[in-house]
Every structure is written in C-alpha cells, then in structure tokens.
Design a protein around this ligand. Structure first.
Ligand SMILES: [Mn+2]
Length: 311
C-alpha cells in the first residue's frame, strides 16, 4: 500500500490535500507538512491545501482556493479524517484518485486507497515515518508543521499513543532546525477573555458518583466571555486532572445544536459518541446532540461505561 501511494504521488501533476473540518494542529500540520515536503521533493508539481482555517491556528499557514474543475485531473489526499462526513470540502471525493491517510479507527473506509495506522500518535507522525521510508527529505518548513501536529495530538507528549517512535520522529524534526519557542508561543498563548472562560469552566465542573465529569457551556455563557465554540472546545482538557474522574465531557451550545467533546482516562467512550452522531478515538471523541435537555442522556450513558471500568 505504501509503495502504491508513493507511485500515485509520483505520477500525479496536481495533488490536492484535504483534512477534517474544524481543524486541529494535527489536521493542519499534516496537511501543510505534506504539501511543503512534496513541493520540496517535486518542484514541478502543483500541491494545494484546501479547507477552512481555524482562527487560532492561522499562524500555521495559508490554505489555497481551488477550482472544482481541477479535481478531475487531480490526486486527492485526505488526511486525519476518519469518516467521509467529516472531510472539509466534500468536493474531495471527486478527485481522479483519492487516498486516505489516517490514524483514527477505520470505521468508514471511504477511499479506494488507504493507509490507516492506529498505533500512530498522530497523522503527522505517520507521515514522517512514511516520508522517511520513501527517502523524501523533509525541509525545515515542513518539519515544524509535523512537530506541531504531534505536539497537538499528544498534548505535548503526554497522552496515550506517545511512543518511543514518536520521540524518535520528534528528535528528527528538532534536528531539522525548527524553532520550538516560536511554535509553543503561538500554540499556547491565551487571550484574557479565554482565561476568564477557563475560570468559569473550572468553577462549574460537575462530577457524578461514577466518576463522570462535565461542564455545560450555553450560548449565553459563550457570549458573555466573547468566546467561539471553537475556542471554548479547547477547554475540554482544562480539568483532566480532577481526582476521581474517569471520563468527562464538555458540552457546547451553538445556534443549531449542542456539540460534545468527550475524553477518557480508561473507559472506552467512542461507542457512546457513536450513539450520539459522533465518533473518534476510544479515549477522545466528539458527538452532537440536538439540545441541552439531552445532556442528561449522554451523562447517563457515560455513567454506565464508567461504572464498568476500574483502574
Ligand atoms: Mn490526528
């Protein structure tokens, strides 16, 4: 499969790279990192990146505007996206050839050619291994992108899924001469209003008897702190250290729905996410419910999986 993907890339004149909606550092880092590496390796190819930028991550780079017509002749690579519904830019599937490269469980094998490795910390890490295997040189500009993706998905090298190979890749990327000070400054700087919102989240954690923590952020609260759903959703990890908590959820009310970010220290929660129009990793998932009155149903299901889990 890896060899086939290499051949497809080498045969293509135009390569368009997609990833999931509401991008995180791994989605963007893998996207820009692959683009910059391929441009470096094959200066005559056209390599484009597509999707909506996340405001807080705009320091990572600029995405391209691509005409739908171009897809007829293009190779499309979709990164870090488990299911077709989550692809940012549905036009991706109209590519002449479509490849999926991802580290999430392969629940929706939507592409004819796929490379999925769930042992990888991030799509960025997976790509570095792949590019090494192919013998492509990763330029410094791409190295910092991949590093950002790994740092993002591993929570600065602390989450499960951070392996010896992750550190080997990180060492290689640092060796490429990246400016990690610049990266951390941009990735983790926080507006005052966002810190105030974090204070609100910490003040309003609820913890069930089964060890399920949760916080509900209504539209009114988000407005009060001037925070977007995208900014607020990052706070899901702000109370990860709560003693006695096995898994937790952050509910975010939008105009039309309530998004739920779910995290776990043990109980498998992506099955619950799937029951509520979502999915993701066993320990990190997302879901969507219609309204705040359904929060209780989600908590009840999380209570059930938490009750069956002992550390
Ligand atoms: Mn990822």
């Amino acid at each position: 499969m890896k060899e086939q993907i290499k051949q497809m890339i080498e045969a293509a004149d135009t390569i368009i790279i997609h990833r999931h909606e509401r991008p995180d550092p791994d989605a963007l880092g893998s996207q820009f990192g692959l683009q910059l590496t391929l441009q470096h390796q094959f200066p005559s190819k056209t390599v484009l990146t597509v999707g909506e930028m996340a405001t807080s991550l705009s320091f990572m780079g600029e995405l391209d505007q691509v005409d739908d017509e171009l897809y007829k002749e293009a190779l499309v690579v979709i990164l870090d996206t488990a299911n077709q519904a989550r692809i940012d830019g549905k036009v991706a599937m109209t590519g002449k050839d479509v490849i999926k490269i991802d580290h999430h469980p392969d629940e929706d094998p939507y592409a004819p050619v796929q490379l999925v490795d769930t042992t990888m910390s991030s799509t960025s890490e997976l790509l570095v291994h792949l590019l090494n295997e192919w013998g492509y040189e990763i330029p410094t500009s791409a190295a910092i992108q991949f590093y950002a993706g790994i740092v993002g998905d591993t929570g600065r090298f602390q989450f499960r899924g951070t392996t010896k190979r992750t550190f080997e890749v990180a060492a290689q990327l640092i060796d490429a001469g990246i400016d990690t000070d610049w990266l951390y400054r941009n990735m983790y700087e926080t507006e005052l209003a966002a810190l105030h919102l974090q204070g609100y989240v910490l003040q309003h954690i609820q913890l069930t008897d089964q060890g399920v923590g949760y916080v509900v952020l209504t539209q009114d609260t988000l407005k009060q702190f001037g925070a977007t759903v995208e900014q607020a959703s990052l706070l899901v990890n702000s109370f990860a250290g709560l003693k006695g908590m096995k898994c937790w959820a952050l509910f975010l009310e939008t105009d039309t729905e309530v998004r739920v970010r779910i995290r776990s220290k043990g109980p498998v929660i992506n099955e619950v996410a799937k029951e509520f129009n979502g999915g993701g990793h066993p320990m990190a998932s997302g879901a969507t419910i219609g309204q705040l009155s359904e929060v209780e149903r989600v908590i009840r299901r999380l209570d059930e999986v938490a009750a069956n889990f002992q550390f």
